[in-house]
Ligand binder design. Structure first.
Ligand code: SF4
Length: 374
Protein backbone atom coordinates (compact mmCIF):
# COMPACT_ATOMS: atom_id res chain seq x y z
CA UNK A 1 0.00 0.00 0.00
CA UNK A 2 1.42 3.36 -0.98
CA UNK A 3 2.19 5.99 1.71
CA UNK A 4 -0.36 8.28 0.07
CA UNK A 5 -3.11 5.70 0.36
CA UNK A 6 -2.23 4.98 3.98
CA UNK A 7 -2.56 8.68 4.75
CA UNK A 8 -5.88 8.91 2.89
CA UNK A 9 -7.27 5.97 4.86
CA UNK A 10 -6.27 7.51 8.17
CA UNK A 11 -7.97 10.73 7.11
CA UNK A 12 -10.99 8.73 6.00
CA UNK A 13 -11.23 7.17 9.48
CA UNK A 14 -11.14 10.60 11.08
CA UNK A 15 -13.86 11.81 8.69
CA UNK A 16 -15.96 8.78 9.59
CA UNK A 17 -15.56 9.55 13.30
CA UNK A 18 -16.35 13.25 12.78
CA UNK A 19 -19.46 12.46 10.69
CA UNK A 20 -20.61 10.02 13.37
CA UNK A 21 -20.16 12.54 16.16
CA UNK A 22 -21.89 15.25 14.11
CA UNK A 23 -24.83 12.93 13.41
CA UNK A 24 -24.51 13.03 9.63
CA UNK A 25 -26.47 10.43 7.69
CA UNK A 26 -25.21 11.28 4.18
CA UNK A 27 -21.43 10.95 4.17
CA UNK A 28 -18.63 12.65 2.27
CA UNK A 29 -16.27 9.67 2.51
CA UNK A 30 -16.38 6.03 1.35
CA UNK A 31 -16.02 2.95 3.59
CA UNK A 32 -12.48 1.69 4.04
CA UNK A 33 -13.29 -1.62 5.75
CA UNK A 34 -15.51 -4.06 3.86
CA UNK A 35 -16.70 -7.61 4.35
CA UNK A 36 -16.88 -9.62 1.15
CA UNK A 37 -18.55 -13.02 1.13
CA UNK A 38 -16.85 -15.54 -1.20
CA UNK A 39 -19.55 -18.07 -0.34
CA UNK A 40 -22.37 -18.57 2.14
CA UNK A 41 -22.02 -22.33 2.06
CA UNK A 42 -20.54 -23.82 5.20
CA UNK A 43 -19.23 -27.25 6.11
CA UNK A 44 -20.11 -27.02 9.83
CA UNK A 45 -23.27 -26.58 11.90
CA UNK A 46 -22.03 -24.40 14.75
CA UNK A 47 -24.49 -23.82 17.57
CA UNK A 48 -23.80 -20.07 17.84
CA UNK A 49 -24.15 -19.26 14.14
CA UNK A 50 -27.49 -18.62 12.38
CA UNK A 51 -26.25 -20.64 9.43
CA UNK A 52 -25.34 -23.68 11.53
CA UNK A 53 -28.53 -23.39 13.54
CA UNK A 54 -30.62 -23.54 10.36
CA UNK A 55 -31.83 -19.94 10.67
CA UNK A 56 -30.60 -18.66 7.29
CA UNK A 57 -33.23 -18.30 4.58
CA UNK A 58 -31.03 -16.57 1.98
CA UNK A 59 -30.20 -18.46 -1.19
CA UNK A 60 -26.80 -20.16 -1.01
CA UNK A 61 -24.04 -19.79 -3.57
CA UNK A 62 -20.47 -18.81 -4.45
CA UNK A 63 -19.36 -15.39 -5.63
CA UNK A 64 -18.59 -15.20 -9.34
CA UNK A 65 -14.88 -14.33 -9.75
CA UNK A 66 -15.90 -11.67 -12.32
CA UNK A 67 -18.06 -9.98 -9.69
CA UNK A 68 -15.16 -10.05 -7.23
CA UNK A 69 -12.85 -8.40 -9.79
CA UNK A 70 -15.52 -5.79 -10.53
CA UNK A 71 -15.73 -4.96 -6.81
CA UNK A 72 -11.95 -4.66 -6.47
CA UNK A 73 -11.80 -2.47 -9.58
CA UNK A 74 -14.19 -0.07 -7.91
CA UNK A 75 -12.98 -0.05 -4.31
CA UNK A 76 -9.19 -0.33 -4.63
CA UNK A 77 -8.50 3.42 -4.54
CA UNK A 78 -10.14 3.83 -1.13
CA UNK A 79 -10.49 0.42 0.55
CA UNK A 80 -7.94 -0.46 3.21
CA UNK A 81 -8.98 -3.98 4.21
CA UNK A 82 -11.46 -6.56 3.01
CA UNK A 83 -12.52 -9.37 5.30
CA UNK A 84 -13.24 -12.51 3.32
CA UNK A 85 -16.05 -13.98 5.35
CA UNK A 86 -19.68 -13.39 6.18
CA UNK A 87 -22.21 -16.19 6.15
CA UNK A 88 -20.05 -19.16 5.13
CA UNK A 89 -16.66 -20.85 5.20
CA UNK A 90 -14.50 -19.06 2.66
CA UNK A 91 -12.08 -21.97 2.12
CA UNK A 92 -14.94 -23.70 0.28
CA UNK A 93 -14.61 -21.22 -2.59
CA UNK A 94 -12.34 -22.76 -5.26
CA UNK A 95 -11.07 -19.35 -6.38
CA UNK A 96 -10.18 -18.01 -2.94
CA UNK A 97 -6.42 -17.72 -3.55
CA UNK A 98 -7.02 -15.83 -6.79
CA UNK A 99 -9.31 -13.43 -4.91
CA UNK A 100 -6.58 -12.81 -2.33
CA UNK A 101 -3.92 -12.30 -4.98
CA UNK A 102 -6.15 -9.90 -6.93
CA UNK A 103 -6.98 -7.72 -3.92
CA UNK A 104 -3.48 -7.70 -2.40
CA UNK A 105 -2.08 -6.86 -5.85
CA UNK A 106 -4.31 -3.77 -5.96
CA UNK A 107 -3.13 -2.50 -2.57
CA UNK A 108 -5.94 -3.85 -0.39
CA UNK A 109 -5.10 -5.90 2.68
CA UNK A 110 -7.01 -9.17 2.86
CA UNK A 111 -8.08 -10.68 6.15
CA UNK A 112 -9.48 -14.21 6.21
CA UNK A 113 -11.75 -15.56 8.94
CA UNK A 114 -11.82 -19.32 8.76
CA UNK A 115 -12.80 -22.31 10.85
CA UNK A 116 -9.60 -23.92 9.50
CA UNK A 117 -11.18 -27.36 9.19
CA UNK A 118 -10.40 -27.41 5.44
CA UNK A 119 -6.94 -25.91 5.76
CA UNK A 120 -5.02 -28.88 4.40
CA UNK A 121 -1.42 -28.74 3.18
CA UNK A 122 -2.39 -27.59 -0.32
CA UNK A 123 -4.59 -24.77 0.96
CA UNK A 124 -1.84 -23.71 3.36
CA UNK A 125 0.66 -23.38 0.51
CA UNK A 126 -1.91 -21.57 -1.65
CA UNK A 127 -2.78 -19.00 1.03
CA UNK A 128 0.85 -18.33 1.91
CA UNK A 129 1.76 -17.94 -1.76
CA UNK A 130 -1.18 -15.59 -2.37
CA UNK A 131 0.28 -13.10 0.13
CA UNK A 132 -2.64 -12.75 2.51
CA UNK A 133 -2.14 -10.02 5.14
CA UNK A 134 -3.91 -11.50 8.14
CA UNK A 135 -5.90 -14.51 9.21
CA UNK A 136 -7.97 -15.50 12.20
CA UNK A 137 -8.75 -19.05 13.11
CA UNK A 138 -12.18 -19.37 14.70
CA UNK A 139 -11.56 -22.04 17.28
CA UNK A 140 -14.17 -22.05 19.98
CA UNK A 141 -13.12 -24.30 22.83
CA UNK A 142 -10.02 -25.29 24.75
CA UNK A 143 -10.61 -29.03 24.58
CA UNK A 144 -12.12 -31.71 22.34
CA UNK A 145 -15.47 -31.87 24.15
CA UNK A 146 -16.34 -28.16 24.31
CA UNK A 147 -14.96 -27.52 20.82
CA UNK A 148 -16.84 -30.32 19.08
CA UNK A 149 -20.07 -29.52 20.96
CA UNK A 150 -19.93 -25.93 19.68
CA UNK A 151 -18.47 -26.51 16.21
CA UNK A 152 -20.64 -29.41 15.14
CA UNK A 153 -19.03 -31.41 12.36
CA UNK A 154 -15.45 -30.40 13.18
CA UNK A 155 -12.71 -32.65 14.53
CA UNK A 156 -10.68 -31.08 17.34
CA UNK A 157 -7.37 -32.89 16.73
CA UNK A 158 -7.49 -32.55 12.96
CA UNK A 159 -8.20 -28.82 13.07
CA UNK A 160 -5.57 -28.03 15.72
CA UNK A 161 -3.07 -29.97 13.63
CA UNK A 162 -3.97 -28.00 10.51
CA UNK A 163 -3.64 -24.63 12.24
CA UNK A 164 -0.29 -25.64 13.74
CA UNK A 165 0.92 -26.86 10.35
CA UNK A 166 -0.02 -23.52 8.78
CA UNK A 167 1.79 -21.59 11.50
CA UNK A 168 4.89 -23.81 11.29
CA UNK A 169 5.04 -23.37 7.51
CA UNK A 170 4.82 -19.61 7.93
CA UNK A 171 7.63 -19.75 10.47
CA UNK A 172 9.77 -22.01 8.28
CA UNK A 173 9.35 -19.52 5.44
CA UNK A 174 10.43 -16.72 7.85
CA UNK A 175 7.31 -14.76 6.97
CA UNK A 176 5.64 -12.19 9.19
CA UNK A 177 2.57 -12.26 6.96
CA UNK A 178 -0.14 -13.23 7.52
CA UNK A 179 -0.58 -11.84 11.01
CA UNK A 180 -2.31 -14.77 12.70
CA UNK A 181 -4.83 -14.74 15.53
CA UNK A 182 -6.52 -17.61 17.31
CA UNK A 183 -10.03 -16.36 18.01
CA UNK A 184 -12.02 -18.13 20.71
CA UNK A 185 -15.65 -17.38 21.49
CA UNK A 186 -16.42 -17.53 25.19
CA UNK A 187 -19.67 -19.52 24.99
CA UNK A 188 -19.85 -20.04 28.75
CA UNK A 189 -19.94 -23.83 28.39
CA UNK A 190 -16.27 -24.74 28.40
CA UNK A 191 -15.49 -26.62 31.60
CA UNK A 192 -11.76 -27.01 30.83
CA UNK A 193 -9.60 -26.23 33.87
CA UNK A 194 -7.21 -23.26 33.77
CA UNK A 195 -4.36 -25.79 33.55
CA UNK A 196 -5.96 -27.47 30.52
CA UNK A 197 -6.55 -24.10 28.90
CA UNK A 198 -2.94 -23.15 29.52
CA UNK A 199 -1.73 -26.45 28.11
CA UNK A 200 -3.84 -25.94 24.99
CA UNK A 201 -2.52 -22.41 24.47
CA UNK A 202 1.11 -23.42 25.04
CA UNK A 203 0.96 -25.52 21.87
CA UNK A 204 0.77 -22.21 19.98
CA UNK A 205 3.68 -20.53 21.80
CA UNK A 206 6.15 -18.98 19.40
CA UNK A 207 3.81 -19.60 16.47
CA UNK A 208 0.65 -17.51 16.87
CA UNK A 209 0.74 -13.71 16.96
CA UNK A 210 -2.15 -13.28 19.35
CA UNK A 211 -5.01 -15.14 21.00
CA UNK A 212 -8.32 -13.38 21.52
CA UNK A 213 -11.26 -14.47 23.60
CA UNK A 214 -14.43 -12.92 22.23
CA UNK A 215 -18.02 -12.57 23.34
CA UNK A 216 -20.60 -14.12 21.02
CA UNK A 217 -23.53 -12.19 19.57
CA UNK A 218 -27.19 -13.05 19.95
CA UNK A 219 -27.63 -12.13 16.26
CA UNK A 220 -30.54 -9.87 17.09
CA UNK A 221 -33.50 -11.96 18.19
CA UNK A 222 -32.16 -15.21 16.64
CA UNK A 223 -30.55 -16.64 19.79
CA UNK A 224 -32.18 -14.46 22.45
CA UNK A 225 -34.17 -17.34 23.89
CA UNK A 226 -31.39 -19.85 23.26
CA UNK A 227 -30.12 -21.81 26.26
CA UNK A 228 -27.22 -23.37 24.32
CA UNK A 229 -24.59 -20.68 24.94
CA UNK A 230 -23.98 -17.52 26.91
CA UNK A 231 -23.94 -14.06 25.35
CA UNK A 232 -23.95 -10.54 26.74
CA UNK A 233 -27.23 -8.71 27.04
CA UNK A 234 -27.54 -4.95 26.83
CA UNK A 235 -30.25 -2.77 28.36
CA UNK A 236 -29.77 -0.29 25.56
CA UNK A 237 -27.25 0.46 22.82
CA UNK A 238 -24.42 2.81 23.72
CA UNK A 239 -25.34 5.03 20.75
CA UNK A 240 -25.85 4.68 17.00
CA UNK A 241 -24.01 1.70 15.54
CA UNK A 242 -20.64 3.03 14.36
CA UNK A 243 -20.29 0.33 11.72
CA UNK A 244 -22.68 2.21 9.47
CA UNK A 245 -20.19 5.07 9.24
CA UNK A 246 -17.18 3.18 7.86
CA UNK A 247 -17.99 -0.43 6.88
CA UNK A 248 -20.18 -2.32 4.44
CA UNK A 249 -20.98 -5.94 3.54
CA UNK A 250 -20.97 -7.35 0.00
CA UNK A 251 -22.70 -10.71 -0.31
CA UNK A 252 -21.79 -13.53 -2.71
CA UNK A 253 -24.68 -12.64 -5.06
CA UNK A 254 -23.86 -8.92 -5.23
CA UNK A 255 -26.32 -7.78 -2.57
CA UNK A 256 -24.91 -4.80 -0.71
CA UNK A 257 -25.67 -5.11 3.01
CA UNK A 258 -25.24 -2.59 5.81
CA UNK A 259 -23.61 -5.09 8.08
CA UNK A 260 -21.79 -8.42 7.98
CA UNK A 261 -24.32 -9.91 10.41
CA UNK A 262 -27.13 -9.65 7.87
CA UNK A 263 -26.89 -13.27 6.67
CA UNK A 264 -30.54 -13.30 5.67
CA UNK A 265 -30.22 -10.22 3.45
CA UNK A 266 -33.00 -8.59 5.47
CA UNK A 267 -31.92 -5.07 4.58
CA UNK A 268 -30.50 -4.92 1.05
CA UNK A 269 -29.06 -1.56 -0.03
CA UNK A 270 -28.88 -2.56 -3.69
CA UNK A 271 -27.56 -5.23 -6.04
CA UNK A 272 -24.12 -4.76 -7.64
CA UNK A 273 -24.58 -4.46 -11.37
CA UNK A 274 -27.61 -2.23 -10.83
CA UNK A 275 -25.77 -0.05 -8.33
CA UNK A 276 -22.15 0.54 -7.36
CA UNK A 277 -20.66 0.17 -3.89
CA UNK A 278 -20.27 3.95 -3.66
CA UNK A 279 -23.90 4.56 -4.72
CA UNK A 280 -25.26 2.07 -2.18
CA UNK A 281 -23.12 3.62 0.57
CA UNK A 282 -24.99 6.92 0.27
CA UNK A 283 -28.19 5.55 -1.26
CA UNK A 284 -31.65 6.07 0.27
CA UNK A 285 -31.71 2.77 2.20
CA UNK A 286 -28.34 3.31 3.92
CA UNK A 287 -29.10 6.95 4.70
CA UNK A 288 -32.49 5.90 6.14
CA UNK A 289 -30.82 3.30 8.39
CA UNK A 290 -28.27 5.80 9.70
CA UNK A 291 -31.12 8.27 10.34
CA UNK A 292 -33.13 5.59 12.14
CA UNK A 293 -30.14 4.92 14.41
CA UNK A 294 -29.61 8.64 15.04
CA UNK A 295 -33.30 8.91 15.99
CA UNK A 296 -33.06 5.86 18.29
CA UNK A 297 -35.41 3.59 16.28
CA UNK A 298 -33.13 1.20 14.33
CA UNK A 299 -35.34 -1.82 15.02
CA UNK A 300 -38.06 -0.29 12.82
CA UNK A 301 -35.77 -1.03 9.87
CA UNK A 302 -33.39 -3.77 11.05
CA UNK A 303 -34.52 -6.02 13.96
CA UNK A 304 -31.10 -7.70 13.73
CA UNK A 305 -29.67 -4.71 15.61
CA UNK A 306 -31.47 -5.80 18.79
CA UNK A 307 -29.00 -6.67 21.59
CA UNK A 308 -26.06 -6.46 19.18
CA UNK A 309 -22.62 -6.63 20.83
CA UNK A 310 -21.32 -3.98 18.45
CA UNK A 311 -23.92 -1.34 19.30
CA UNK A 312 -24.17 -2.47 22.93
CA UNK A 313 -20.47 -2.24 23.79
CA UNK A 314 -19.52 0.96 25.57
CA UNK A 315 -17.61 3.64 23.72
CA UNK A 316 -13.93 4.00 24.54
CA UNK A 317 -12.61 7.58 24.49
CA UNK A 318 -15.84 8.47 22.66
CA UNK A 319 -15.21 5.96 19.87
CA UNK A 320 -18.05 3.47 19.31
CA UNK A 321 -17.23 -0.21 18.94
CA UNK A 322 -18.41 -0.24 15.33
CA UNK A 323 -15.80 2.32 14.33
CA UNK A 324 -12.90 0.97 16.36
CA UNK A 325 -11.93 -1.85 14.01
CA UNK A 326 -11.70 0.39 10.96
CA UNK A 327 -9.84 3.13 12.86
CA UNK A 328 -7.40 0.55 14.26
CA UNK A 329 -7.01 -0.87 10.77
CA UNK A 330 -6.00 2.54 9.40
CA UNK A 331 -3.42 2.86 12.18
CA UNK A 332 -1.99 -0.62 11.59
CA UNK A 333 -1.30 0.40 7.98
CA UNK A 334 1.20 2.87 9.42
CA UNK A 335 2.38 1.28 12.66
CA UNK A 336 1.93 -2.45 11.99
CA UNK A 337 -0.15 -5.10 13.74
CA UNK A 338 1.74 -4.72 17.02
CA UNK A 339 -0.38 -1.64 17.51
CA UNK A 340 -3.56 -3.73 17.38
CA UNK A 341 -2.22 -5.86 20.24
CA UNK A 342 -1.50 -2.77 22.30
CA UNK A 343 -4.92 -1.27 21.47
CA UNK A 344 -6.73 -4.39 22.66
CA UNK A 345 -4.75 -4.38 25.90
CA UNK A 346 -5.55 -0.70 26.38
CA UNK A 347 -9.25 -1.32 25.71
CA UNK A 348 -9.24 -4.08 28.30
CA UNK A 349 -7.56 -1.81 30.80
CA UNK A 350 -10.29 0.78 30.21
CA UNK A 351 -13.02 -1.85 30.44
CA UNK A 352 -11.53 -3.83 33.34
CA UNK A 353 -10.90 -6.93 31.29
CA UNK A 354 -14.36 -6.97 29.73
CA UNK A 355 -13.56 -5.70 26.23
CA UNK A 356 -15.16 -7.92 23.59
CA UNK A 357 -11.71 -9.14 22.51
CA UNK A 358 -9.42 -10.16 25.34
CA UNK A 359 -5.86 -11.22 24.64
CA UNK A 360 -4.48 -14.37 26.24
CA UNK A 361 -0.81 -14.91 25.51
CA UNK A 362 1.10 -16.38 28.36
CA UNK A 363 -0.48 -19.72 29.01
CA UNK A 364 -2.11 -20.90 32.23
CA UNK A 365 -1.04 -18.07 34.50
CA UNK A 366 -2.45 -15.42 32.19
CA UNK A 367 -5.66 -17.37 31.73
CA UNK A 368 -6.12 -17.71 35.49
CA UNK A 369 -5.68 -13.98 36.04
CA UNK A 370 -8.06 -13.23 33.19
CA UNK A 371 -10.73 -15.43 34.79
CA UNK A 372 -10.15 -13.64 38.09
CA UNK A 373 -10.62 -10.25 36.49
CA UNK A 374 -14.06 -10.99 35.06
S1 SF4 B 1 -26.10 -2.89 15.50
FE1 SF4 B 1 -25.14 -4.84 14.99
S2 SF4 B 1 -26.56 -5.79 13.54
FE2 SF4 B 1 -27.05 -3.59 13.61
S3 SF4 B 1 -25.87 -2.65 11.97
FE3 SF4 B 1 -24.66 -2.53 13.84
S4 SF4 B 1 -23.32 -4.31 13.81
FE4 SF4 B 1 -24.99 -4.69 12.37
Amino acid sequence: MSPGKKARILLNGLRAFASYRLGKSRLGHLPSYLWIEPTNHCNLKCIMCPSGAGRVRAERGDMDPALFRQIIDEIHPWASTIILAMGGESLLHPGLSDMIRTAEGRGIKVHLNTNATLLDENKTEELLAAGISSISFAFDGFGKGPYERARRGADFGLTVGRILHFLRRRKAMRRKKPYAVLSILDLGRDDSSPEDKGKFLRAFDGLIDDVHVRSPNSWGPVFLECPDFRFDTFDRPSGPCGRLWNTLGLAWNGDVLPCSFDMNHDYVLGRLGRTTVAEAWNGPAMVALRKAWLEGRPLDLLPLCRNCTVAGSPRILGVPAGLRASLADGLTNVFGYGLERKAIRFANLMRRGRFTARPVRDGAAAWTSLEDSR
